[in-house]
Design a protein around this ligand. Structure first.
Ligand SMILES: Cc1cc2nc3c(=O)[nH]c(=O)nc-3n(C[C@H](O)[C@H](O)[C@H](O)COP(=O)(O)OP(=O)(O)OC[C@H]3O[C@@H](n4cnc5c(N)ncnc54)[C@H](O)[C@@H]3O)c2cc1C
Ligand code: SF4
Length: 339
C-alpha cells in the first residue's frame, strides 16, 4: 500500500498522525513551515497538569516519525482538488499527488499588544504566557527578588471587543501551573491570578488548583484588570475590581503575565482559502460534524487534526491525530484504489 498522504503542519497533531499513518503503510509527506518540528510544544517548558518536560514529550513524538518524508521550511504554494486526489505544489519545488490530505496547522497565539490597556510591548514588566514559558525553558528569569507578580486570565478570549467570545480552554490551567512555578523560583513574592471563571476541567487540574492555594499561597481574585500603568520606579500599578466582594483593588507588581489565548492559524487559513474550506464564526475550520466527525472536513479526502478546529489540550490533540489517521485509512480503503 503506497498511497500518498500529505500532512500540512508538523506540530504535535501532524507528528502523531504521520507516525500512525506511516505504521499503517502509507507514504507520508509531512511539511512544516518553520525550520524545526514540534509546533507550539517546542516552545513550552513543563506541561500541565503533571509538570512533565515538553522537550521529552516532543522527543517521544519525533522518535516515532522514522520513514516519514519530512520537509521543514516548506509550505503549500498551490493546492487543487482533482477527481479523487489533491495536487499540491510545495514551496521547495516538489509536486505531490495526494490521495488524502491532513491539515494540522494548529493555532496562533493572540497578539497581546491588541489589548492596549495591559501595556504589552509598552511596559517592560508586562509579558505573555509564551514569554514566561521561554524564560523557564531557557532558565533566564527576568526578575531579581520581585515582591509581587500577577497573572491576567482570558486575554483575547471570552472578549467580544477582541473579536473572540470563545474560551481558549488551556489558559486557566497554564496560569495556575505558571503561578506555581513562579513561586518555586521566587518563594517570597506575592502571586495573584485575576480570573473571570476558573476552567480547571481536566483530570488532576483541580489538584493543581488546590496545590496553588494551599502549598503556594497564590491569591485568586475574581475580576478583570481594568488598567495597568508603569510607575517611576518601573513597577506596575494594576487596577481591578474584585467581583466577589464588589470592591475595587489596586496592587503594585513587578511583573504582569498575560494569558494570551488561542486563535486560528493564519498560515492554515491561507491553505484553506485555496480550496474554499469553510470556517466557523470563531475562525477555526468547520468539521463535517462537531460530535461524530470532527476530523473530517466537508471535502472528500480532506481531514483535520489538533487545534486547527479549535483550542485543545495536548492529550486531546493527540487523540484526534490518531483518530484522523484511522479515518484516512478508512477513506482510502473505501474510496481509492490501493497502490
Ligand atoms: C501558553 C500555552 C501553554 C500550553 N501548555 C500546555 C500544557 O502544558 N499541556 C497541554 O496539554 N497543552 C498545552 N497547551 C496546548 C498545546 O500547545 C496544543 O494542544 C498543541 O500545541 C496543539 O498542537 P497542534 O499540532 O494542533 O498545533 P501547533 O502546536 O500550533 O502546531 C501546528 C504546526 O503547524 C505549522 N503550520 C501551520 N500552518 C502551516 C502551513 N500552511 N504549512 C506548513 N506548516 C504549517 C506550524 O508552524 C506549527 O508547527 C498550551 C497552549 C498554550 C497557548
Ligand atoms: S481557559 Fe480560562 S483563561 Fe482561558 S479563556 Fe477560558 S476561562 Fe479564560
Amino acid at each position: 500500500m503506497k498511497n500518498n498522504i500529505l500532512v500540512i503542519g508538523g506540530g504535535p497533531a501532524g507528528l502523531e498522525a504521520s507516525a500512525n499513518l506511516k505504521r499503517m503503510g502509507y507514504n507520508v509527506i509531512l511539511i512544516e513551515k518553520e525550520s524545526k518540528l514540534g509546533g507550539h510544544l517546542a516552545k513550552w517548558d513543563r506541561l500541565f497538569p503533571d509538570g512533565v518536560s515538553a522537550r521529552k514529550t516532543l522527543e517521544a513524538l519525533t522518535d516515532e516519525i522514522r520513514g516519514v518524508n519530512c520537509f521543514t521550511e516548506t509550505q503549500v504554494q498551490s493546492l487543487n482538488i482533482l477527481d479523487k486526489s489533491y495536487n499540491a505544489i510545495l514551496s521547495n519545488g516538489i509536486t505531490v499527488l495526494a490521495d488524502a490530505v491532513l491539515l494540522s496547522s494548529g493555532f496562533d497565539l493572540f497578539k497581546a499588544e491588541k489589548k492596549e490597556e495591559y501595556g504589552y510591548g509598552i511596559y517592560e514588566g508586562v509579558i505573555t504566557n509564551a514569554d514566561l514559558e521561554k524564560a523557564f525553558r531557557e532558565k533566564k528569569m527576568p526578575l531579581n527578588e520581585p515582591r509581587a507578580i500577577g497573572f491576567v486570565h482570558c486575554v483575547g478570549s471570552r472578549d467580544e471587543k477582541a473579536g473572540n467570545p470563545a474560551c481558549s480552554k488551556v489558559c486557566c490551567a497554564t496560569a495556575v501551573k505558571q503561578a506555581c512555578e513562579i513561586k518555586e523560583v521566587y518563594p517570597n513574592a506575592d502571586v495573584y491570578c485575576f480570573y473571570m471563571d476558573l476552567r480547571m476541567f481536566g483530570r488532576h487540574y483541580e489538584d493543581l488548583y488546590l496545590k496553588a492555594q494551599k502549598e503556594f499561597g497564590i491569591r485568586f481574585i475574581r475580576g478583570r484588570v481594568s488598567e495597568v500603568a508603569e510607575m517611576a520606579d518601573g513597577r506596575l500599578q494594576v487596577k481591578a475590581e474584585d467581583t466577589l466582594s464588589s470592591k475595587p483593588i489596586r496592587v503594585t507588581l513587578d511583573m504582569l503575565v498575560l494569558m494570551a489565548g488561542m486563535r486560528p492559524s493564519e498560515a492554515g487559513r491561507s491553505v484553506g482559502r485555496q480550496i474554499n474550506l469553510t470556517t466557523e464564526d470563531d475562525g477555526f475550520f468547520s468539521s463535517e460534524d462537531n460530535l461524530l466527525a470532527i476530523q473530517k472536513s466537508k471535502l472528500p479526502g480532506f481531514f483535520y487534526a489538533g487545534a486547527c478546529t479549535g483550542p485543545k489540550t495536548l492529550p486531546d490533540t493527540l487523540h484526534e491525530a490518531r483518530s484522523a489517521a484511522l479515518e484516512i485509512d478508512r477513506y482510502i480503503k473505501e474510496n481509492t484504489r490501493e497502490k
